[in-house]
Write a protein that binds this ligand. Sequence first.
Ligand SMILES: Cc1cc2nc3c(=O)[nH]c(=O)nc-3n(C[C@H](O)[C@H](O)[C@H](O)COP(=O)(O)O)c2cc1C
Length: 319
Amino acid sequence: MKNFWQSLPRPFFALAPMDDVTDTVFRQIVASCGKPDVFFTEFVSCEGLCSPGRDRLLPKLKFSEKERPVVAQIWGSKPENFLQTAKLVKNLGFDGVDINMGCPDRSVMKAGGGGVMIKDPVLVKEVILAAKEGAGELPLSVKTRVGFDKIQIESWIGNLLELNLQALTIHGRTVKELSKVPAHWEEIGKAVQLRDQMKAETLIIGNGDVESYGDGLEKCKIFGVDGAMIGRGIFDNLWFFDSRVDPQKITSENQLKVLLEHAKLFEDTWGNSKNFAILKKFFKAYVRGFKGASKLRESLMETRSLQEIKEQLLRAGQL
Ligand SMILES: Cc1cc2nc3c(=O)[nH]c(=O)nc-3n(C[C@H](O)[C@H](O)[C@H](O)COP(=O)(O)O)c2cc1C
């Protein structure tokens, strides 16, 4: 039975699912700088994928071979839609299915998905069974938080560990804490101990505030997790997953080169089907650390094509 999770190195590193950030274009860019051991898509709504609006969401599930192993992350609240969506994910050729049970977004939780699922263990079980049925031989994983409004390692994480998942990502904050407090890594460590006591085989991935590759290695060692997941850290260092790259030695020239590659791949992949303004959130990662960077970033905010980006770089004497 195909299961990529078992053949990953230990510890392994994952790029976190990030809505409107980790599409196929950005994942390919990250892969070209330094590839993590596993990629996740942005989360996609099962309810949306099972509705007439499906075609609008399918671009979120686009991927290329360069991104393997790549796991599709889905969210929703209706078991039947999880079954159908997991089937779709399998047919699209993904390496795994991941269910989001941690998103604090109000509209997601109002629809009964993401973090609010922590409050409904009966539904969680139904959803997992349905997703497993749809996923067939594809491995199923869950990404969640340490609790809803309080830390619930035994009751919540213990509940998930009984459900025979291949992997479980634990973001070390409660849903209510959003991103406002430092991640409680010691609680993630307790989840690992619980897993071992229960003799469950689920891999545990720790997530929250991992600042560098070295920091990730250290956290894996201290807290016993099988892997670390990195979200916002990628914006501070696009070469995060290449342990040979010293972040202090990354030049602005290299960063701007990647910006141009990103904008080109964006145009080649999406044409006019995606708003070019999405790229704005990446400019800070690419344009910094040199005199005039903030002025250049400002002018890039007005650009609407690769050509216009090139013109602004030329004007700033950076091309
Ligand atoms: C812009 C953005 C979008 C996110 N979208 C998702 C998502 O689609 N699915 C998900 O499970 N988590 C999502 N997250 C949460 C991250 O996956 C991760 O759990 C969180 O950022 C903590 O990790 P970090 O401290 O390494 O950033 C998102 C976070 C950010 C900043």
